[in-house]
Design a binder for this molecule. Structure first.
Ligand code: ZN
Length: 264
């Protein structure tokens, strides 16, 4: 299905936790957010609270998931596809699956980076989220993080012949998310996003629980909420999610820099 079809507003979810407010409530000034995941649950576990918050603020969010989790121990590709669709709807995001090499077979190829750059040119996001490129985790996570980093660069190169049909696009910011504590890049200072609002935590929790084939095997929900609580304690708030900027964030003034996390 072409991305343009996927971006059309679908029927309203019956779930009360769904945050999708429809295009009429979107703020036209907020350009889209594009989140990449190697597996059907990575975005939700790694940064689902941030997504819930952005859609509630009126931003269009689109998930590009690069496998059906077919190499996993738990859940069939069909189950995991259905879980991903349900979770994305709960977060107010749209979803597409990208065919690359398949689960656990992802390779570093320029053709993949160019394909992902095409998705970036089509959606034209302001913000891109990708799994961290830290090595000691599922190899598809780190490889996809590197491929997305390359793709954000290639998306702005006007002479790339494979992408000539779409005008170049320079994204505003690329952030990496960490699916597990081990995936947090030790050499990048994170920014902490405050996701403490009860409706955000509720939507995030529901989206994680939608991946029942995974949460029935291990308590991923408690792991992510505990990580967010720890980051929230550092930040002096309820819950926070760490994102790792690929380049130094730029602020228009010192006053606009917010506050630092140094409560202990
Ligand atoms: Zn994964």
């Amino acid at each position: 299905m072409p991305l343009t079809d996927l971006m059309k507003p679908g029927p309203k979810s019956k779930n009360k936790l769904a945050l999708h407010r429809g295009p009429e409530r979107r703020r036209p000034t907020l350009r889209p957010l594009l989140a990449f995941g190697a597996h059907p649950d990575d975005i939700e576990f790694g940064c689902g609270g941030v997504v819930a918050q952005e859609t509630q603020l009126g931003r269009k969010v689109h998930f590009a998931v690069c496998s059906r989790g077919e190499a996993g121990t738990h859940g069939t590709p069909k189950q995991r596809t259905a879980e991903a669709k349900k979770a994305a709807a709960l977060l107010g995001a749209t979803l597409e699956f990208i065919e690359l090499d398949g689960d656990s077979h992802l390779e570093m190829r320029s053709a993949h980076a160019i394909k992902l750059a095409g998705i970036i040119r089509q959606l034209r996001p302001e913000v891109v989220l990708a799994p961290s490129p830290v090595e000691n985790q599922h190899p598809d996570h780190s490889r996809l993080g590197k491929l997305v980093r390359d793709a954000t660069r290639l998306a702005r190169y006007g002479g790339l012949k494979e992408l000539r049909r779409q005008p170049p696009h320079a994204i505003g910011r690329l952030f990496f998310y960490a699916v597990t504590p081990e995936a947090e890049p030790p050499d990048i200072s994170p920014i902490l996003i405050n996701v403490s609002a009860p409706e955000i935590i509720a939507a995030w929790t529901a989206a994680m629980k939608a991946h029942a084939s995974q949460t029935s095997a291990r308590n991923y929900v408690e792991l992510q909420l505990a990580r967010a609580r720890l980051a929230g304690m550092r930040a002096g708030t309820g819950h926070a999610i760490a994102l790792f900027p690929n380049e130094p964030p730029v602020f228009d003034s010192l006053t606009a820099t917010g506050r630092g996390a140094g409560r202990f």
